[in-house]
Write a protein that binds this ligand. Structure first.
Ligand SMILES: *[C@@H]1O[C@H](CO)[C@@H](O)[C@H](O)[C@H]1NC(C)=O
Ligand SMILES: *[C@@H]1O[C@H](CO)[C@@H](O)[C@H](O)[C@H]1NC(C)=O
Length: 120
């Protein structure tokens, strides 16, 4: 009687543990895929940001919160960054902070070639 009762009590606990364990911790990506839309891996430290499309990388296309960087699947909670005004390269063709520009992006180019941002 007693062993049977113990088995009945342990079964639901075992099922619960099996359901919880695969969720944490997440495995580090072996192939640069990540995130909810892809493999569900987190990114390795050398490619810390998980992009909107589920790939690991370090450039602004991966790391900007406005580009859809996935904090939950990036290597650190601070990997995803909001754009920095005048510094972050435009990812959507908008620039500056007036008109269509909402994020203060700068246009592609460098210190000597920077005349592409219109007033709107
Ligand atoms: C971050 O990357 C390192 C090395 O690539 C890895 O050992 C670590 O588990 C990763 N952290 C997370 C939260 O995935
Ligand atoms: C800036 O970009 C222009 C055009 O691509 C290039 O000719 C120039 O050498 C670059 N200047 C610097 C400092 O990188």
């Amino acid at each position: 009687m007693l062993p049977q009762l113990a088995t009945l009590l342990l079964l639901p606990l075992g099922a619960l543990a099996a359901a919880v364990v695969p969720l944490t911790p997440r495995a580090v990506s072996p192939d640069m895929t990540c995130g909810s839309a892809n493999s569900r891996y987190t990114c390795p430290s050398e490619a810390k940001c998980c992009s909107k499309y589920g790939y690991c990388g370090t450039t602004e296309d991966f790391c900007l919160t406005t580009a859809g960087c996935q904090t939950a699947y990036s290597n650190t909670t601070s990997a995803c960054q909001p754009p920095k005004s005048g510094v972050s390269l435009s990812i959507d063709g908008t620039c500056g902070s007036t008109g269509a520009g909402k994020n203060g992006y700068r246009c592609p180019g460098n210190a000597t070639v920077t005349s592409c941002c219109s007033a709107s």
